[in-house]
Design a protein around this ligand. Structure first.
Ligand SMILES: *[C@@H]1O[C@H](CO)[C@@H](O)[C@H](O)[C@H]1NC(C)=O
Ligand SMILES: *[C@@H]1O[C@H](CO)[C@@H](O)[C@H](O)[C@H]1NC(C)=O
Ligand SMILES: *[C@@H]1O[C@H](CO)[C@@H](O)[C@H](O)[C@H]1NC(C)=O
Ligand SMILES: *[C@@H]1O[C@H](CO)[C@@H](O)[C@H](O)[C@H]1NC(C)=O
Ligand SMILES: *[C@@H]1O[C@H](CO)[C@@H](O)[C@H](O)[C@H]1NC(C)=O
Length: 736
C-alpha cells in the first residue's frame, strides 16, 4: 500500500505545477492512510474514549480559501427520536484539548453552552440550526489547515466521530505587468508604431499552492509557460515581435490562479498604437484650371492614427490657404485648399501630403501636374533687326507679337491707334499670324501699335509699341503768314516746321517780283527758326521763304510768309469776301458816276449848242474828242491846264495846291495817278489823263471823306510809256 501510495506520490508531484489542488488531495490520501493505520492500531488521539463503543465516519476532505469563511460539517442528529446530543467536541490534529465544545448535558440543545479555545480567537461558531451542523471559521487562516475531528456524544446512542481534512488555499497576490527593464505598466500602454516589438513581463508572488500564471488575449490563451523562482516569484513573459494594425486596443491579460474557488487575480494592459496614413488622394478629376479664378481642391487622407496632418505643396512651396477637418472616428482627414492659380503655375506639380507626425517617414502624397488655362499674354516688339531710333520714311518695318497662351490662341489681331488693322497690300500692310509687316512706312504710320489674341479664356492685348517714323521737315499748319512792318521797323518772322528728329537747320530767302535774296539774320531753336527782317525800301516788301533740313532730308515745300507795309496789313488780312463786296460797291459807284457825268454833259450840250463852255465843258470836249490834240500840243495846254488840274485833284485845297507840283511835267504827262489814303487806311488810286481830271476824281475821294477830312494824296505822275516819275505826297483838305 505504501509503495503504491509513494508511487502515486511520485507520479503526482509531476502534476504539482499544473494542479495546485493536488497536494490537498494527497494530504487527504495521506490522512486516509494514517486513519487506516489508526483504526488498525486502535485509536490515536481520541483521548480516553472507549473506542469500541464509538463510531467513526469516513473522513471528509474540504478545501477552504484563506480569508473567507469555511464551514466544517458535523452531523449531530441523533440516530433515534428519543435520543439527543449531550456533548459536541471539536479537536484539531493531534491535540487532545478540544478546540470548541458544545455542552448540552444539562438541558436542551438550544440552551447548550458554547466554548471556544483561545486558538480560534473568536473566529469560530458552531451552528446547530444547519443540517448538518457546522463549525464556521471566519475568517479562515492559512494555519487553520489540518485534520479536524468532531466527537458527538449522545445521551443514549454511541458516540460518533466525524473527521474533516481541511486544506487551506492562499490566493496569489495581484500580478504586475512590466517591460523587460522592470518598468511597471498601467492599463494603457504605448502608443506603439506598426511593426514595433511588444515585450510584456508578468510577475506574481505569494499564494499557496504556487499559482499558475497565464497570458490571455481576450479569451484566448496565449502563453501558460511560467517559471517559478527560488524566491517563489512566478513569472511569465510574452513577446509580440511585430505589432500590426489589428493589435490596436488589444487587451493582454495576465492571470494568476491557484484554486477554482476564487476568481483568479489578473492584470491587463491595453495597447495603443500610431498608424501611418494608408491612402491620400485629391478628389475630383484632373481638369485644367483657369488662371486667376479661385478653385477649391479637396484632399482626403485615411488610415492614420492619430489623424494625419495634410499639407499642400506647389513644387517645393508650401501652400497656406488650407482648412482641415477630421472625421468623428478620427480616421479621415480632409483638407480644403483654396487656390488661385496663375499662368506661371502651369506645369508645376501640385501635391497633397499626408503624414502622421509621430511616425517619421510616414508621409504619402498625391498630386498632379497643373494645367492652367489663361488669357493670352502678349508682348509686342519691333522686329529684331530694327531699332526705333532709325526708322525713317519709306523704310520697311515689321512687328513681332510674342504669345503665351493655354489653350493656344484661335485668333490674332492687330491694332493701330485702337483701330483694327488688316492686310492691305495697296498701302503696304501685311498681317501674318504673329507678325505685322508695314512696307514703306509713312508719317501717317506713326503711332501706337498693339496685337491681340483670343483663346477660350478671353482676349489678351499686348503692350503698346509706339512706332516713330522719322521724317523731313514740313511746314506747320496754322502759322501766322502775314507780317506787317513799317519801313525800318524790324519784324520777327517765325518759321515753324514739323520734323522728326527735331534738330533742324534752316535756310531763309526773300523774294519779291524783282529779286531773290538770302536772309542771314535768323536764330534756330529746335524746329523753329526766327528771322529778323527790316524792310528799308518799298522793294523790301514781298515774301520770305523758309526751308528746314534734318538728318532725314530737306523740306520740299518752303514755308511762305508775306511782309506787307504796316499800314496795309489790315487790308491784306481782310477777308476776301469783304474785299469783293467793297470792289463791287466801288465799281457801282464808279459806274453811277460815269452815268451821272454823261447825263450832265448831254444836258449841257443840249443847252449850249455851239457855245464855248466854261472850263468844265471845255475840258470835257477835248477830253473826249481831242485826245490827240492835247498830246500834240502837250506843253502849252499843259501849262494852261496845270492850275486847272491841281484844284481838281487836290480839290478845294485852300492851300496852294500846285505847290511842289512839277507843272512842266504835268503838262507833258500823259496821265496822272492820284493816290489817296482814306480814313480807313485804304488806298484809293485814280489814274487820269490830265484832261480827264474834270471827271471829278474828288468825288471818289469825297466818298470816304466823311471819316476824316485830313487826307494825304500821293501823286504818282506816269508818262505815256507807263513809267512812273518821282512821286510826291500832298496833304489835301477835302471840302466836307
Ligand atoms: C445524520 O445521522 C442520522 C442518524 O444516523 C441519519 O439519519 C442522517 O441521515 C445523518 N445526516 C447526514 C446529513 O448524514
Ligand atoms: C475543484 O478542483 C477539484 C480538484 O481539482 C475538483 O475535484 C473539483 O471538482 C473542482 N471544483 C469545481 C467547482 O470545479
Ligand atoms: C486699303 O487701303 C486703301 C488706302 O488706305 C483703302 O482705300 C482701301 O479701302 C483699303 N482696302 C481694304 C481692303 O481695306
Ligand atoms: C502662321 O500661319 C501659318 C498658316 O496660317 C502656319 O502654317 C504657321 O505655322 C503660322 N506661324 C506661326 C509662327 O504660328
Ligand atoms: C523766289 O525767287 C526764286 C528766284 O528768283 C524763284 O525761283 C522762286 O520761284 C521764287 N519763289 C517764290 C515763292 O516766288
Amino acid at each position: 500500500m505504501c509503495v503504491q501510495f509513494c508511487a502515486a506520490m511520485e507520479r503526482d508531484t509531476i502534476f504539482v505545477r499544473r494542479h495546485p489542488l493536488l497536494p490537498a488531495v494527497l494530504m487527504v490520501l495521506a490522512a486516509v492512510a494514517r486513519c487506516g493505520s489508526a483504526l488498525a492500531g486502535n485509536a490515536i488521539g481520541i483521548g480516553a474514549s472507549n473506542a469500541s463503543a464509538e463510531i467513526t465516519e469516513p473522513p471528509q476532505a474540504l478545501v477552504g480559501v484563506a480569508g473567507s469563511s469555511l464551514d466544517l460539517p458535523c452531523n449531530i442528529t441523533a440516530p433515534t427520536i428519543d435520543d439527543s446530543v449531550a456533548l459536541v467536541l471539536w479537536y484539531k490534529d493531534e491535540s487532545t484539548t478540544p478546540l470548541y465544545s458544545l455542552d448540552a448535558r444539562r438541558g436542551q440543545l438550544e440552551q447548550a453552552r458554547h466554548a471556544a479555545s483561545d486558538l480560534l480567537g473568536g473566529r469560530a461558531y458552531l451552528s446547530i440550526t444547519h443540517r448538518p451542523s457546522t463549525l464556521r471559521l471566519k475568517p479562515l487562516l492559512e494555519e487553520d489547515e489540518g485534520q479536524y475531528r468532531c466527537r458527538v456524544d449522545f445521551k443514549k446512542a454511541r458516540t460518533r466521530n466525524f473527521d474533516v481534512i481541511l486544506t487551506v488555499v492562499v490566493p496569489p497576490k495581484k500580478p504586475v505587468i512590466m517591460d523587460q527593464n522592470g518598468e511597471l505598466f498601467h492599463s494603457l500602454i504605448g502608443p506603439y508604431n506598426e511593426g514595433d516589438r511588444l515585450f510584456l513581463v508578468c510577475e506574481t508572488e505569494g499564494g499557496k499552492p504556487t499559482p499558475t500564471l497565464t497570458w490571455w488575449r481576450e479569451s484566448v490563451l496565449l502563453d501558460d509557460s511560467y517559471e517559478v523562482s527560488s524566491e517563489g516569484v512566478v513569472r511569465n513573459e510574452i513577446e509580440i515581435t511585430s505589432l500590426q494594425r489589428h493589435d490596436l486596443m488589444a487587451v493582454f491579460t495576465c492571470q494568476a490562479s491557484n484554486n477554482n474557488l476564487t476568481v483568479p487575480v489578473s492584470k491587463y494592459v491595453t495597447v495603443d498604437m500610431n498608424f501611418r496614413p494608408l491612402e491620400v488622394s485629391i478628389e475630383g478629376n484632373r481638369r485644367p484650371l483657369s488662371a486667376n479664378s479661385p478653385v477649391e481642391l479637396v484632399c482626403r487622407a485615411t488610415g492614420s492614427r492619430p489623424p494625419a496632418t495634410i499639407t499642400w505643396w506647389k513644387g517645393n512651396t508650401k501652400m497656406k490657404r488650407t482648412k482641415e477637418r477630421i472625421s468623428i472616428d478620427g480616421y479621415v482627414t480632409t483638407s480644403i485648399l483654396i487656390f488661385t492659380p496663375t499662368s506661371e503655375d502651369s506645369g508645376k506639380y501640385l501635391s497633397c501630403r499626408a503624414e502622421n507626425p509621430l511616425i517619421p517617414g510616414s508621409a504619402i502624397e498625391d498630386g498632379w501636374k497643373l494645367d492652367i488655362n489663361y488669357v493670352p499674354q502678349l508682348t509686342l516688339r519691333l522686329g529684331s533687326k530694327l531699332r526705333h531710333a532709325h526708322i525713317q520714311e519709306n523704310n520697311d518695318v515689321y512687328f513681332e507679337c510674342n504669345i503665351r497662351a493655354s489653350p493656344w490662341v484661335s485668333e490674332i489681331g492687330w491694332k493701330f491707334e485702337d483701330r483694327e488693322l488688316h492686310t492691305n497690300t495697296t498701302n503696304g500692310v501685311i498681317v501674318s499670324n504673329q507678325s505685322l509687316v508695314l512696307q514703306k512706312v509713312q508719317r501717317s504710320s506713326r503711332g501706337k501699335y498693339t496685337c491681340t489674341a483670343t483663346n477660350s479664356e478671353g482676349t489678351g492685348e499686348s503692350n503698346d509699341v509706339f512706332l516713330r517714323v522719322q521724317f523731313a521737315p514740313l511746314c506747320k499748319a496754322g502759322q501766322k503768314i502775314i507780317y506787317g512792318a513799317a519801313r525800318h521797323e524790324a519784324v520777327r518772322v517765325v518759321c515753324e516746321v514739323e520734323a522728326d528728329p527735331r534738330e533742324v537747320s534752316f535756310k531763309w530767302q526773300f523774294n519779291n517780283t524783282a529779286e531773290s535774296l538770302e536772309v542771314v539774320t535768323f536764330v534756330n531753336e529746335g524746329a523753329t527758326s526766327t528771322a529778323t527782317y527790316i524792310p528799308r525800301t518799298e522793294f523790301d516788301y514781298g515774301t520770305l521763304l523758309c526751308w528746314g533740313t534734318n538728318i532725314v532730308g530737306s523740306q520740299i515745300e518752303p514755308c511762305i510768309y508775306t511782309i506787307v507795309p504796316a499800314d496795309n496789313v489790315w487790308q491784306v488780312t481782310f477777308s476776301p469776301v469783304l474785299i469783293v463786296l467793297i470792289s463791287i460797291v466801288v465799281g457801282l459807284v464808279f459806274v453811277a458816276m460815269v452815268v451821272v457825268l454823261t447825263m450832265k454833259c448831254r444836258t449841257r450840250n443840249d443847252r449850249h449848242k455851239g457855245q464855248i463852255l466854261p472850263r468844265k465843258a471845255y475840258k470835257l470836249q477835248p477830253g473826249l474828242g481831242k485826245e490827240e490834240d492835247s498830246n500834240e500840243n502837250g506843253k502849252s495846254p499843259g501849262e494852261e491846264k496845270g492850275p486847272d488840274i491841281i484844284p481838281d485833284v487836290s480839290i478845294p485845297s485852300e492851300q496852294s495846291a500846285e505847290e511842289g507840283l512839277d507843272k512842266q511835267f504835268l503838262s507833258d504827262a500823259a496821265s496822272l495817278q492820284l493816290m489817296g489814303v482814306n480814313g480807313l487806311g485804304q488806298t484809293i488810286t485814280t489814274i487820269s489823263r490830265p484832261r480827264q481830271m474834270e471827271l471829278e476824281p474828288e468825288a471818289t475821294l469825297r466818298d470816304y471823306s466823311h471819316i476824316t477830312p485830313q487826307k494825304r494824296v500821293k501823286v504818282l505822275p506816269m508818262d505815256e510809256t507807263g513809267s512812273l516819275h518821282r512821286p510826291y505826297v500832298k496833304n489835301i483838305q477835302t471840302d466836307v
